[in-house]
Design a protein around this ligand. Structure first.
Ligand SMILES: C[S@@+](CC[C@H](N)C(=O)[O-])C[C@H]1O[C@@H](n2cnc3c(N)ncnc32)[C@H](O)[C@@H]1O
Length: 294
């Protein structure tokens, strides 16, 4: 009975069983089949499936060099269902890849990172577990060490109260800019930084700082990057969808999840300016939105 419970929990929910599962079976409260049905019909499994579908989408988009936009996710989900496929789709075969803020990442995201098949993937965080325990504001890498850096749902935490992640960090109002400048330094001149941040009203939550969309863009640009591509997403009543600047600007972060996110691909400014790479979205210039990126 223990073996059955262990196996089915690992297979469906990818974790150890609930403490009362074996006992419920022993008492005859549920049959084995009913237990399997409960797991498969749970919200927990629904979320696993949603993120799994996102990974599959990212894999298929990478296969055809797609840049998926206008993604959707159900209202009950958080921003991860948008960020993960958006970011992982944009891997283009780079050899040296850096991921920042991996320690507390979603299991699905870590699986997705490994699934990229990058010859060299280095994960960094102030907290364990990560390949390198380091501060993103001061990375132990040479200039130009990576062709691609990924940073989802992390920039907003730099220089904030990170006690929730088990690390002590002194308050640093310039931390986000310092992190961006350091990421610029460790990227090659032709490198890319693909990231996501919560956005909406300017809100200081102590453990993270949410900036307005235009504040984020200004910060990226003053830190040595140009926005090559971006998109705003909103947690609307009927689910997650792309948003206009006006819609996203009014979003609030609730206790645990973002009301809107900005996803973006940044490129080092000097090269990007020279070759005029801008395929970025137009919402922050008050121009009509592009429906698809080239
Ligand atoms: C919300 S979690 C990251 C989520 C994760 N990237 C994901 O995909 O789900 C934020 C992470 O940032 C890390 N962090 C905060 N400040 C940092 C710093 N200065 N340098 C490196 N990592 C930092 C925290 O330890 C934590 O693991």
């Amino acid at each position: 009975m223990e073996d059955f419970v262990e196996q089915v929990w690992r297979l469906v929910l990818r974790r150890g069983p609930d403490p009362d599962a074996v006992e419920r079976l022993r008492r005859g409260d549920v049959s084995r089949s009913r237990l399997v049905r409960e797991l498969v019909e749970s919200r927990e499994f629904e979320r696993i499936e949603l993120l799994d579908d996102g990974l599959a989408r990212a894999r298929s988009e990478r296969g055809r060099r797609g840049r998926p936009r206008e993604l959707k996710a159900p209202a009950w989900s958080d921003e991860r269902a948008i960020e993960i496929p958006w970011v992982l789709s944009r891997y283009a075969g780079e050899s040296r890849v850096l991921d920042v803020g991996t320690a507390h990442a979603e299991q699905a995201y870590v699986e997705g990172l490994r699934d990229l098949g990058a010859p060299e993937l280095v994960t960094v965080d102030l907290a364990q577990p990560a390949d390198v325990i380091a501060d993103v504001r001061s990375l132990p890498f040479e200039d130009g060490s990576f062709e691609l850096a990924l940073c989802i749902s992390t920039l907003e935490h730099i220089g904030r109260d990170n006690a929730v992640y088990g690390v002590e960090d002194a308050p640093d109002d310039d931390g986000q800019e310092a992190a961006l400048r350091e990421l610029r330094r460790v990227l090659t001149d032709a490198g890319r930084l693909v990231l996501s941040v919560p956005t909406g009203e300017h809100e200081d939550h102590g453990w993270h700082l949410q900036r307005t969309p235009l504040e984020w863009i200004a910060l990226f640009e003053q830190s040595g990057f140009l926005v090559f591509e971006d998109e705003l997403y909103l947690h609307a009543g009927d689910g997650w969808r792309t948003a206009t600047l006006a819609e996203a600007e009014g979003a609030r972060y609730d206790d645990v999840a973002a009301g809107a996110v900005l996803v973006a691909e940044l490129r080092p400014k000097r090269l990007a300016e020279r070759v005029r790479l801008a395929v970025r979205d137009a919402w922050h210039r008050d121009e009509p939105r592009r429906s698809t990126a080239p």
